[in-house]
Design a protein around this ligand. Structure first.
Ligand code: ADP
Length: 682
């Protein structure tokens, strides 16, 4: 029983063990199946990744046989994975095979990966593409190198973008270089333009001075000549010279002004301007011209005008003289009127100067054009009346610089009104109310000989001194000449004068000292300054104490008007009016006095050369040239001009200059000797 019992127990145990083993096997099988499933899943995932990565992956063995390739790589060569696997890579793609083989071998031999290499390849469609390539050695389970894995990312688009960027950059750099070159060129051009503009301004300034000086002499002397005994034909010639010279001088002045405005070099000086005084000055300058043409000259000033306002009086005067000059020129009968009034209605109060004439008028279609430079209403006007066509262009620009404008109301044949409007800035203390011009009645030409007086004329420059002195003597005035400030003081100590003319050529400081002395000791004597145009503004001189400031060129009429204004009306003639014969004797005396000074001047020029003061030497040359012109010694003028030119051009050696100065000195001595040897006129 016991055996049976034990047999039964053993069976049970065996059964149990079998069942356990079966269970274990089952479990192990299940585990393996799960593992296989997992592995399959992993492989699928790996293949999915392998085929979907945006990179080309090639596995090659040592001989170049393709072991594995992903979809991206197959797509890149336009073949299927199946048709690629097992083929020899180098034979399949002979293009670039040599290089690929070389690098594969390097990786397999060294066992070191080759990373980040930029390679080009030809895609299936024949287009060139770019890839960034990594080569990694392939190893078997024992670590032996069996081939190479190539991992390549197509970077063609990136490369193109980079190339485009590089191209754009280089284009930008090129543009930049061009721009720099253009900027440099522009700078050079601007420099050149500035230099040539400066040269132009300097040339204009220097040549205008050179032209103006002799031109003033020509105008002055022709006026004197006109008063001498001439037959009709000669009178006509002299008149023509006079008109031509005046026209030329006007042109020079206009061109100079215009180019200064254009170059932005014209200085505007806003100061307090006394309206009545300004109008008086204009009357002095323009009334005679109008009356000569038989035109009435009307001045009308609004009672409500302030006494002063802020502007640049010199430029304002220039505008009005231009407008009134035109009005006189283009009017044959009737009147010229200057009407001044203020207008406080507008937001900005203004002062308005209307220049009205009864002349030829301007048709509406020409009213804009005439304000342009060198423009005239029509050719026949130009032929008949002359002119430069610059006056209105200058006037409008000046008005603009003064903050105002010029407008025109006119019709052909109906006269014209040019209105110059300026902002009315009034000093706070300015008094309003009627303004008095305080004018004395003008003397007419026929009264010329009645204007008598004793005049002191202080002038340094010989030709202009001579011109002015001769003009004054012609008016029957007794003129005392002084060439230096000391001489002026000596004359004032010894004699009494009715009027004193000082020329700015004496020198600013000298003139200033003289004015102070005269104003202190002889406050009642009117003081008149004769200045070169464009130099120190009239305001400076007036502030210094001058009653009047005249600028060259000075016409005889202008001079007469001023003298007759300032001379005491009851001045008894200091001496009888000069006869022609006396005058020519006086002329001779003046010419003689000039020539007498030649040797001394020549000596001065030599000394200046010894001190190498070329500026002063040039001044001497100018002086010799002027004396030559005034005294009719043309060789002297020629030699002096030649020396002046070589000094300006600067090309002459000291030796050449010494020779030129020597020749000039010899000539001066010769002229002097010939002059002294001449028998004196009875
Ligand atoms: P111009 O030197 O020729 O007078 P402007 O610039 O002063 O030069 O004048 C230009 C033109 O305008 C003149 O030539 C003339 O045709 C016309 N003009 C100017 N002012 C008047 C005026 N008051 N009456 C008629 N025409 C005028």
């Amino acid at each position: 029983m016991r055996v049976k019992h034990s047999e039964t127990t053993t069976d049970k145990t065996l059964q149990q063990e079998l069942s356990d083993t079966q269970e274990t096997l089952k479990q192990s099988l299940e585990g393996k199946q799960q593992l296989i499933q997992k592995l399959k899943k992993t492989r699928r995932e790996y293949l999915a990744i392998f085929d979907s990565v945006p990179a080309m992956i090639w596995y090659r063995d040592r001989s170049g046989r393709i072991l594995k390739v992903n979809q991206c790589a197959a797509d890149s060569v336009g073949m299927s994975i199946r048709s690629l696997v097992g083929k020899n890579y180098y034979e399949l793609f002979p293009d670039g095979a040599k290089r690929a083989l070389q690098q594969d071998l390097e990786v397999m031999e060294t066992g070191r990966p080759l990373l980040g290499q930029l390679r080009s390849f030809t895609a299936y469609n024949g287009l060139k593409r770019w890839a960034l390539v990594d080569r990694i050695p392939l190893r078997d389970e024992n670590g032996r190198i069996t081939g190479v894995m190539v991992f390549a990312i197509d970077i063609t688009d990136k490369k193109r973008a980079e190339d485009d960027l590089l191209k754009a950059k280089s284009q930008l750099e090129q543009t930049n270089r061009h721009l720099k070159a253009a900027t440099e060129q522009a700078r050079l051009l601007a420099e050149k333009a500035t230099r040539s503009n400066q040269a132009k301004s300097e040339l204009l300034a220097s040549s205008s001075h050179d032209i103006r000086t002799p031109m003033n002499s020509i105008i002055g002397f022709t006026e004197i000549l006109m008063d001498t005994k001439l037959d009709e034909e000669q009178q006509e010639y002299v008149k023509t010279i006079h008109q031509a010279a005046k026209g030329l001088l006007d042109l020079i002045n206009d061109i100079l002004d215009f180019s200064r405005i254009e170059a932005g070099k014209l200085k505007i000086e806003v100061i307090s301007c006394a309206i009545a005084e300004l109008v008086q000055e204009i009357r002095v300058m323009m009334e005679t011209q109008a009356r000569k043409k038989g035109l009435d000259f009307i001045i009308q000033m609004d009672d409500c005008l302030p006494k002063t306002f802020f502007t640049d009086p010199t430029r304002l005067k220039q505008c009005l003289i231009n407008l009134i000059g035109n009005a006189i020129k283009f009017t044959d009968t009737g009147h010229i009127a200057l009407r001044v009034r203020s207008d406080n209605r507008a937001e900005q109060p203004c002062v308005r100067f209307d220049v009205e004439d009864t002349g030829i008028g301007i048709s509406p279609d020409k009213q804009d054009i005439i304000f342009k430079s060198f423009a005239q209403a029509d050719i026949s006007t130009c032929r008949q009346y002359g002119g430069t066509g610059l006056g209105l262009a200058i006037t409008r620009r000046l008005a603009g610089l003064l903050g105002g404008d010029v407008r025109l109301v006119s019709e052909a044949g109906q006269g014209s009104t040019f209105s110059l409007t300026l902002p009315l800035f009034v000093p706070r203390t300015a008094e309003h109310g009627p303004t008095s011009l305080g004018l004395r009645p003008m003397r007419r030409d026929e009264d010329a000989n009645a204007a008598c007086g004793h005049i002191l004329l202080a002038e340094k420059a010989f030709p202009s001194q001579l011109t002015l002195a001769l003009m004054m003597r012609r008016f029957g005035l007794d003129v005392q000449l002084a060439g230096t400030a000391e001489q002026v003081l000596e004359c004032l100590d010894e004699q009494t004068f009715d009027l004193i003319f000082l020329d700015e050529g004496l020198g600013f400081e000298q003139v200033k000292t003289l004015v102070h002395t005269i104003r202190y000791q002889l406050p009642e004597i009117p003081l008149i300054l004769v200045a070169d145009r464009d130099d120190e503004p009239a305001r400076t001189w007036r502030q210094m104490g001058f009653d009047e400031c005249l600028s060259r060129p000075l016409s005889r009429d202008q001079l007469y008007t001023v003298i007759s204004h300032y001379l005491p009306e009851q001045t008894s003639p200091a001496r009888p009016a000069v006869r022609d014969s006396d005058l020519s004797e006086q002329d001779m005396a003046c010419v003689e006095s000039l020539l007498k000074q030649l040797p001394e001047l020549a000596h001065g020029a030599r000394e200046v050369l010894m001190h190498s003061d070329m500026d002063l030497l040039a001044r001497f040359a100018e002086l010799f040239s002027e004396i030559g012109q005034t005294t009719g010694q043309s060789t002297l003028t020629e030699k002096a001009d030649a020396m002046l030119n070589s000094l300006r051009e600067g090309g002459s050696s000291l030796q050449e200059l010494t020779l030129a100065v020597d020749q000039l000195c010899d000539l001066c001595n010769q002229i002097h000797q010939t002059q002294c040897a001449k028998p004196k006129a009875e």
